[in-house]
Design a protein around this ligand. Structure first.
Ligand code: ADE
Length: 418
């Protein structure tokens, strides 16, 4: 199979949207121009398992300009933008295997199809390619120089593989770059999650009790934006430090068992399983809206919700009504999958510009230095991270100061006090 997308006729719309995103990805554009001259990925096969969006399309284009043979499958069954997939095949000559709404079997078939290409580099968002290469396709891991990982959840899985001494090649944790998680996880998730909830429901946030489960970078961004829309934000946490931050950021903090009784809207961003469970659904108010913006659809105990339900119906796109035995109705968004990518378009291009600049430069770094790296999880080299920050600032027209010689000397001294 050369590609598997919904319909190539959607490519025109996809192409326009890819170009629209490109306008807001100046750093990646610069990298692409440099890649086109230097061809740092010449002869390299890259299998990417990423959300198939307009921003990802620009990354794939960049990798191709760098000389790579690039293959793309989805990192979530519901996040694919079919018009983008069509345009990548038709206009950019990139083999895509992804259809929005594909079932689990097709999802894994697509993952296996890109691995059939025997990639030298894998690029993951959630570690599914690496996971398959370490379970059912260990032989194919031999061709892999290294891998990159886009998201917190994937990095956690990979660190667990590395800690057990099982990791078969080096991995660069793109997520951990400062120019990635400070911006993508916070401002990207903050905006796109609100966008997903609002597009799915068209509900007013002002005055609503909005429960954010998890106060990592994504939770911080989401709380900030929900609060900016006038919601009363309630945070639930298990980590005392993060909970303390939430308190001092001005939010109410309480256990989910209490928040469940008063919330109007709920969104999980913890990266953990069964954060909102059956007993919590049982005490929710009539009309409560529940969603997830964490990587996997495991944060809401949907089986528990189904067990409580007397009936279910789809009431609008991405909104499923569960009527419970107690007569109350709970509304589940996007089947509990990433609401920002399922019912909206994911993070805006400007923030993905930095995330994907890290991906592109990390791929080139792996080609250059991969053979010298150990089978460990590495962070993005600091000079790459800083260079991306510098380029982004330039493209935003923001300039910064430089240390004077006196200041440099002061910072390097221990003698000078009061
Ligand atoms: N993850 C979150 N938003 C995304 C986007 N727009 N494209 C690719 N991956 C994403």
């Amino acid at each position: 199979m050369r590609y598997h997308v919904k319909n190539l006729k959607l490519s025109g719309k996809g192409r326009n949207r890819i170009e629209w995103a490109e306008r807001d990805m100046p750093v990646l554009r610069r990298i692409r121009e440099s890649f086109a001259k230097k061809r740092p990925l010449n002869g390299i096969k890259i299998a990417a398992c990423l959300h198939v969006t307009t921003e990802t399309a620009n990354l794939m284009h960049t990798l191709k300009e760098g000389g790579a043979d690039a293959y793309l499958c989805a990192s979530n069954p519901l996040s694919t933008q079919d018009d983008v997939a069509a345009s990548l095949v038709k206009d950019y000559g990139i083999a895509v295997f992804a259809i929005k709404g594909e079932d689990n079997k097709t999802y894994y078939r697509h993952i296996n199809t890109v691995l059939d290409k025997r990639p030298n580099i894998t690029m993951d968002d959630g570690a599914d390619l690496v996971s398959v290469l370490h379970s059912t396709r260990t032989k194919d891991a031999k061709a892999v120089i290294g891998s990159t990982e886009e998201t917190t959840t994937g990095v956690i899985r990979l660190r667990s593989l590395a800690a057990k001494g099982l990791l078969k090649f080096p991995v660069i944790a793109v997520n951990d770059a400062s120019t990635k998680h400070f911006f993508d996880n916070r401002y990207g998730t903050g905006q796109s999650t609100i966008d997903g909830i609002v597009r799915a429901t068209n509900r007013l946030l002002a005055g609503a009790n909005f429960v954010v489960c998890g106060y990592g970078w994504c939770g911080k961004g989401l709380s900030m934006r929900a609060s900016g829309m006038g919601a009363n934000v309630i945070v639930t946490e298990v980590d005392p430090l993060k909970a303390l931050e939430a308190v001092m950021d001005g939010y109410r903090v309480m256990p989910i068992a209490e928040a469940a009784k008063i919330g109007n809207m709920f969104c999980t961003v913890t990266g953990n399983v069964n954060v909102i469970r059956k007993k919590h659904f049982a005490v929710m108010k009539d009309g409560a809206i529940i969603s997830n913006s964490g990587h996997f659809n495991v944060e809401l105990d949907i089986d528990g919700l189904k067990a409580l339900a007397k009936s279910r119906r789809i009431i609008r796109d991405f909104v499923e009504e569960y009527r419970l035995g107690n007569g109350r109705r709970i509304y589940l968004l996007a089947e509990g999958r990433l609401v920002n990518l399922a019912s909206a378009e994911g993070h805006p291009a400007s923030v993905m510009d930095m995330s994907f600049a890290n991906q592109a430069l990390s791929a080139a770094y792996l080609v250059q230095r991969g053979s010298m790296l150990e089978r460990k999880v590495y962070t993005v080299p600091e000079d790459i991270d800083k260079e991306i920050a510098r380029m982004k600032l330039q493209t935003l027209g923001a300039r910064i100061d430089v240390l004077t010689p006196e200041q440099k000397k002061y910072l390097a001294s221990w003698e000078m006090g009061t």
